[in-house]
Write a protein that binds this ligand. Sequence first.
Ligand code: BG6
Ligand code: MG
Length: 214
Amino acid sequence: MKNLEAVIFDLDGVIVFTDKFHFQAWKKIADKLEIYFDEEINNRLRGVSRMDSLEIILEEYEGEPLSRERKEELAEEKNEAYRELLKTMTPADVEDDVRETLAEIRRRGYGIALGSSSKNARFILERVGLMDAFDKISDGTNITKSKPDPEVFQKAARFLGKEPQKCLVVEDADAGITAGIAGGMQTAAIGDAVRSGKATYTLNKFRDLLEILV
Ligand code: BG6
Ligand code: MG
């Protein structure tokens, strides 16, 4: 394939490593409800929206069913704890490999967008000083369906004015690779997403993108 004109990046687990913060914040909620929660369950939350993540955590819950309002309160409480942790982030939390590769991709003339399920995406990009690295942002605030639905990437492609097949989606989540494929895009897997073997390309290091985006 190839003939690429743009790259759409997932945020958590690709550009920054916020998984540990998601884990700590969800653990607080799980402990409160006396629910078993571990790294393996946390892995299943990659790319999944906040409310859908809560539903996955509640699979282990043995108490009385929770009302919609209670679930919203719990999701809000998780988010407050998560944002407190995000406040500790600085530009030093972006690896040089990531920052330099993003700059080189721009130099090579590709469009660059963010395609993240997170409603905290802009907050994170501001904290780590990467707002200017992206031409367009599609995130949890402009979608109705979370990955594996392709909506977030389709919107990113539209914001960039690019055809889906000319966009490369870079993802660490299985749900994200599935979403990219469903949206008719080419996909590059990094980290956890490599295992499924579904992506068009596989990255060992972020800078391996430069071999695809020649
Ligand atoms: C994704 C993360 O980027 O954003 C998920 O991989 C997370 O784990 C989702 O649940 C929603 O994030 P937020 O910041 O809107 O709660
Ligand atoms: Mg991710």
